[in-house]
Write a new protein. Structure first.
Length: 66
């Protein structure tokens, strides 16, 4: 089993408040996809389940676009 560790580093800027630093860090976490990947690896999914989820996601995307 291979675990990839992604590290995010946010340094405080001159005159920046801790609230804005925290918001910037949370935005970085969202855009990097760390939480999405962690949630995806929380439970084991069989190949059939992954294919079914992929098909559902594709169908939702087609409905939204078309």
């Amino acid at each position: 089993m291979c675990w990839c560790v992604m590290s995010l580093q946010v340094s405080i800027r001159e005159g920046e408040s801790q609230d804005s630093l925290l918001r910037r860090f949370q935005r970085m976490v969202q855009t990097s996809g760390i939480l999405r990947e962690a949630k995806a690896h929380r439970h084991f999914l069989s190949k059939g389940e992954m294919a079914r989820m992929k098909a559902q996601k594709s169908a939702r995307r087609r409905r939204r676009l078309g």
